[in-house]
Design a binder for this molecule. Structure first.
Ligand SMILES: Cc1cc2nc3c(=O)[nH]c(=O)nc-3n(C[C@H](O)[C@H](O)[C@H](O)COP(=O)(O)O)c2cc1C
Length: 359
């Protein structure tokens, strides 16, 4: 499956590492830096596409002198959509002008809505732009595979930062079960694992589970090219023990006045003062008022007692410093290969006859 990806996106190094679209954060500088470093950067369109054409034009400018072996006629980056709120006409106008190598669909109101989206993208770009869909369950994966027939499925586990299915499994069970289910139906679609992967060992584990690559969001929050407030970034580096310090909730959408997410989704972020107050019974109205006051404080609005939203995954404790995207990608790729090699070596040393096992 990796060979399919390497043939469609020839600039990718191995193992395949994706910079996930993060609304308002993975903008042109980060998406381009990701692809320049041998990964695959996905510019986040989010749900409000009014600036998408300009963002793609900026990416095209940044890529002008880049030494990247992209297929003819496409930008070597992707574009992510939150389909539940995206205007298809704005999307197509932007994609027609600057076709990216792939689009990434996520969270439509109904999964069936993705089929016309995929058709339009393929028609408007003459099939040059491939279609990726991020899903969060075996059921979603099979339905999308059979209807939309995407080029790639991104399997998002519950550890992921930002929005995802409120009820879902971690990649450790999601990825192998989807791989088996697809094989059972004789469907050949590469899968990418997302959720909780912030460093090389987790990337190696995901590859072992059957993923052809990994997509990371939280790790790139602490990256120099991210479009992110300093207070948010500081908080990502400070917080640890993400299984305890982050929570899934839709409170942060309520506070920020973001309506329209399909009911099955919520978002994972650091449990802050707003969350604790809500748990203690504070009304939404009062909580929103305090949130709006806090917004005036700038970078101080984050932190253990802050109220600003810090979307991040459970892997946040493994994010310890802010680095350029290129360094992060090189480090994770290297560490993943090292982890795989070390694991094999550890068992070989114990004289396990590998040849004995087959399936
Ligand atoms: C701050 C933030 C914003 C996100 N925004 C989007 C988005 O706009 N579209 C999308 O498809 N996924 C979005 N995601 C989810 C990512 O695509 C990905 O599934 C997730 O970051 C992977 O988990 P990780 O954060 O543990 O690496 C976002 C994640 C974060 C942390």
């Amino acid at each position: 499956m990796e060979s399919i990806l390497h043939s469609h996106y020839p600039w990718l190094s191995a193992p395949i590492l994706i910079v996930a679209p993060m609304m308002k954060i993975t903008m042109a500088p980060l998406a381009v830096a990701g692809s320049k470093a041998g990964g695959f950067g996905f510019l986040a369109g989010g749900f409000d596409l009014t600036s998408l054409a300009d963002d793609l034009a900026e990416a095209a400018r940044l890529l002008q002198d880049a030494d990247i072996s992209a297929p003819e006629g496409v930008l070597p980056i992707g574009v992510g959509f939150q389909n539940w709120g995206s205007d298809v006409r704005l999307a197509m106008a932007a994609l027609e002008k600057h076709p990216p190598a792939a689009v990434w669909f996520f969270a439509p109101k109904r999964l069936a809505d993705l089929l016309p989206w995929a058709r339009e993208v393929r028609a408007v770009t003459g099939g040059r732009t491939k279609v990726w869909v991020q899903v969060g369950s075996v059921g979603q994966a099979l339905e999308v595979a059979k209807t939309t027939r995407p080029d790639v499925l991104v399997l998002q586990g519950t550890d992921a930062g930002g929005h995802g299915l409120a009820h879902s499994a971690s990649v450790i069970s999601l990825v192998p079960e989807v791989v088996d289910a697809l094989a059972g139906e004789r469907i050949r679609i590469p899968v990418i694992a997302a959720g909780g992967i912030c460093e090389g060992r987790a990337a190696a584990a995901a590859l072992t589970l059957g993923a052809s690559g990994v997509a990371l969001g939280t790790r790139f929050l602490a990256c120099q090219e991210a479009t992110i407030a300093k207070g948010y970034q500081n908080e990502v580096v400070r917080v640890h023990d993400g299984g305890i310090t982050t929570v899934r909730s839709n409170l942060y959408d309520v506070l920020r006045g973001i309506m329209g997410w399909p009911k099955v989704y919520d978002g994972r972020g650091v449990a802050n003062r707003s969350y604790l107050d809500a748990q203690a019974g504070m009304s939404e109205e009062e909580n929103k008022k305090r949130y709006e006051e806090e917004m005036q404080k700038g970078d101080e609005g984050w932190g253990a007692e802050g109220r600003m939203t810090t979307y991040a995954g459970t892997g946040v404790g493994l994010v310890r410093d802010v680095k350029p995207a290129e360094e992060i990608i090189k480090e994770i790729s290297n560490d993943a290969m090292l982890a795989l090699t070390k694991t094999v070596a550890r068992y070989s040393e114990k004289h396990v006859a590998f040849g004995k096992f087959s399936r």
